[in-house]
Ligand binder design. Structure first.
Ligand code: NIG
Ligand code: FE
Length: 409
């Protein structure tokens, strides 16, 4: 990798020392920017940064790559703390069904949805899944994503769940960006267990988790806590079983209904609670003062035409917010975090500064990467993104649909 000097940067964003691990409420409006700046990296580690006026020059020019960033911004790379990027194929036929008036829930009840993806994935080889996913990851990198959390959950049998997690393991080993793995066996009840929830929970707890624990195939554990999916009690049972293998909860809650899953997940030490299209005062009270990161997925709201998370209400209550893509074939066939930023601003009335905090420092926290990602600080091995020439940071959200990222470094 060697040495890289980025000079004449129009704005160096989120650079500084002694950041908190997350920004909450009003703090999210604050985004430090050094204008006319430089940034020096050695083997990916930040070794120096500051304003061009303070720049002392280079003592040793050998092997150094110099990037002139005139008119361009440098930010910590975006972190995507919630994806289902390992999947067999797209589901645009369900998208057309929804145009004709069916709801996401109705499609799922007639065998579409997650069970549709599970059937396809069960039939596909590990190698093919790996190759397909790798291409998707390369695309996301070109949009400025520098770390990705990936869930299982389209397997729903012992073999297929392990296959997914092994694909994620291989991606971890072979990618130049950090990947975290989340076990989501509790994504949906397979048809054979529709009337036998106990049987599927036993499969997760007694068959899947012991192998996942032994082979260290996951960092986190997830469950889809929702009506027609997993109840609060069922989610709690899965999370408790995961805790025996040191899997920290990161859960799907409050997408269509507020069942009390947030309070339970926070009590059980969840690192994040994700979706939150629906939220109650009790949910907000449970999150207040906790170490759990509320994570909103606005591309899912856009694509399913469901409510957007109430970011202003959460920020007014002093909560932190992370934003993520939810990239998956059913509810969010896009992992473009620049589009997520645009939706957060347009639909959730977050300011560009709040959205960037939600995609960097807070998103890094939501995937356990505060030590390496999300801020630009001396000694941190942090991927950064270089924008194209743009008039302002707000322009990334404003001129939606274009890729404003030139490269990931
Ligand atoms: O996060 N809500 C649960 N899981 C995914 C959608 C899964 C699918 O439809 O395939 C989500 O939106
Ligand atoms: Fe999801």
């Amino acid at each position: 990798m060697g040495k890289i000097l980025i000079k004449n940067i129009k704005g160096l964003v989120q650079a500084g020392e002694n950041f908190p691990v997350m920004k909450r409420g009003k703090e999210m409006a604050e985004l430090p920017i050094i204008s006319n700046a430089f940034l020096a990296l050695e083997d990916g580690v930040i070794i120096e940064y500051g304003s061009m006026d303070e720049w002392g020059g280079i003592a040793d020019w050998r092997g150094i790559e110099i990037i002139d960033a005139e008119g361009k911004y440098v930010l910590p790379a975006f972190c995507d703390a919630h994806t289902h990027i390992v999947f067999a194929r797209s589901r645009e036929e369900e998208f057309v069904d929804r145009i004709h008036g069916l709801t996401y829930e109705e499609i799922a009840l007639k065998g579409g949805g997650i069970l549709n993806s599970a059937r396809r994935l069960q039939e596909m080889s590990e190698d093919e899944l790996y190759e397909k996913t790798k291409k998707r990851i390369d695309l996301l990198k070109s949009y400025g994503t520098g770390a990705i959390e990936i869930k299982s959950g389209y397997g729903l049998t012992v073999d297929a769940e392990l296959k997914m997690l092994r694909v994620i393991q291989r991606l971890k080993e072979n990618s130049d960006i950090v990947i975290k793995a989340t076990f989501l066996g509790a994504h949906a009840f397979p048809s054979a267990y529709k009337e036998n929830h106990r049987g599927y929970l036993d499969l997760i707890v007694n068959e899947m988790l012991p192998i996942i624990g032994k082979e260290k195939l996951a960092d986190y554990i997830d469950a889809f806590c929702e009506r027609n999916y997993f109840s609060v009690e069922e989610m709690a049972e899965v999370l408790e079983a995961g805790a025996k293998y040191n899997l920290v909860p990161k859960v799907h809650v409050n997408q269509f209904s507020a069942l009390g899953g947030i309070k339970k997940a926070v009590e059980m030490g969840a690192l994040s609670v994700d979706h939150l299209e629906e939220i109650t005062d009790e949910d907000i009270a449970a999150l207040h003062g906790s170490n759990c990161m509320p994570t909103i997925l606005p591309s899912c709201s856009h694509f399913l035409s469901i409510p957007f998370g109430d970011a202003r209400r959460m920020l007014n209550a002093g909560l932190p917010i992370a934003l993520a893509s939810d990239f998956n074939p059913g509810s969010t066939p896009s992992g473009n975090l620049q589009f997520v930023m645009s939706l957060a601003c347009v639909k959730m009335k977050m300011t560009p500064e709040e959205a960037i905090n939600a995609l960097t420092i807070n998103a890094a926290y939501a995937m356990g990467l505060s030590d390496t990602h999300g801020t630009i600080s001396i000694g941190k091995k942090t991927p950064v993104l270089l924008t194209k020439e743009i008039p302002s940071l707000a322009y990334i959200a404003y001129a939606f649909g274009d890729n404003h990222v030139e490269r990931l470094i």
